[in-house]
Design a protein around this ligand. Structure first.
Ligand SMILES: *[C@@H]1O[C@H](CO)[C@@H](O)[C@H](O)[C@H]1NC(C)=O
Ligand SMILES: *[C@@H]1O[C@H](CO)[C@@H](O)[C@H](O)[C@H]1NC(C)=O
Ligand SMILES: *[C@@H]1O[C@H](CO)[C@@H](O)[C@H](O)[C@H]1NC(C)=O
Ligand SMILES: *[C@@H]1O[C@H](CO)[C@@H](O)[C@H](O)[C@H]1NC(C)=O
Ligand SMILES: [Zn+2]
Length: 294
């Protein structure tokens, strides 16, 4: 009886989640883009490990599982604090001790990336891991996307822009959602004839051409770090102040002026998220890569 009730509750919550998609994290598209960019950059050893960790139904497509963490956030309530790291008092810099807290402390997207990196390091070890490494892969892939969304390192006072209501062209919208979804949607509709594959191709082309000489720096962490999430969070809060919050006061209307100056930032953050997720998975799952970086 009790377990039936739990199953029913899970079924109801899951269907509500489909009706009211989460407003935390890039939308499904943003997360899928980060994971597609990443999976294409894996070393053959890391690619084989990811394939093994993914379930059959994913068809070896990591992007199909990159929003899993959003789908479980109300069932695994402990995980909902792990999607962001907001700063208090409208501070435009990230301070891990001050900002990586919830009621407990040490729980935010920065600590979560470190946590799931450490769990995944159990992959391939002789003793069986006590963690579910498939879930660790899903969480890590998702949070690496989230941390690159500037308003995931926004201000606590407006909940990363969730409490700022503006107009996106003619539509009433909150600022957080504009950065999760609307900018990407408008861009793909206007410049790529609504073709997501063409958009991903365009970002990948820029990674190999326009941004080619920056890739090493994006991937780089100090020698003892596998990923370096405090750096990614610092970049995000900087972008939140310079681009996301700027000229987006409560009640304002955001149109071409805002869109045309912000979409390049979104493209850059999606590219960096993908490149860094790949670098991280390569270091974790390809032990020779790990040795090289140590
Ligand atoms: C680390 O992951 C486990 C689940 O495997 C979770 O219970 C714990 O809260 C996480 N800790 C942090 C700091 O994210
Ligand atoms: C690990 O997590 C995945 C995704 O939630 C689940 O499908 C799988 O059954 C879990 N594996 C174990 C051994 O619990
Ligand atoms: C690619 O780079 C060009 C030149 O900087 C830029 O105009 C274009 O918007 C970029 N496209 C993407 C998808 O990043
Ligand atoms: C990588 O980071 C380290 C430490 O932060 C720094 O000393 C080094 O110059 C960086 N290398 C590159 C190529 O950016
Ligand atoms: Zn998220």
């Amino acid at each position: 009886m009790a377990s039936y009730r739990i199953q029913l509750a899970v079924a109801i919550i899951s269907s509500l989640l489909l009706l009211f998609p989460s407003t935390q994290g890039w939308g499904e598209d943003g997360h899928a883009i980060v994971c597609r960019i990443a999976q294409a950059r894996l070393s053959s050893t890391a690619a084989a490990a990811v394939k093994k960790l993914l379930p059959e139904d994913a068809g070896n497509d990591l992007s199909s599982k990159c929003s899993w963490a959003d789908h479980v956030r109300f069932i695994y309530t402990w995980s909902s604090a792990l999607h962001f790291a907001d700063t208090p008092e409208d501070a435009c810099n990230f301070n891990n001790q001050r900002d990586c807290v919830d009621q407990a402390n040490g729980r935010c997207v920065v600590a979560a990336i470190a946590n799931y990196t450490n769990q995944l390091l159990d992959y391939g070890s002789v003793t069986k891991s006590k963690y579910n490494l498939t879930q660790a892969l899903y969480f890590l892939s998702h949070f690496m996307g989230d941390i690159h969304q500037p308003l995931h390192c926004g201000f606590t006072t407006d909940r990363g822009g969730n409490d700022i209501t503006v107009h996106w062209y003619k539509q009433k919208q909150n600022l957080h959602h504009i950065w999760d979804d609307s900018i990407i949607e408008t861009e793909v509709e206007r410049f790529y004839d609504s073709n997501m594959d063409d958009f991903v191709d365009a970002i990948q082309q820029n990674i190999t051409k326009v941004w080619a000489d920056q890739i090493e720096e994006w991937e780089n962490c100090s020698s003892k770090d596998i990923p370096c999430p405090t750096i990614y969070a610092s970049e995000s809060v900087d972008d939140a102040c310079k681009w996301a919050y700027k000229d987006a006061e409560e009640g304002s209307t955001l149109e071409d002026d805002y869109f045309l100056s912000r979409y390049p930032i979104v493209n850059l953050r999606l590219a960096q998220g993908g490149v860094r997720l790949a670098a991280t998975l390569n270091r974790i799952l390809d032990s020779q890569e790990l040795q090289k970086s140590m």
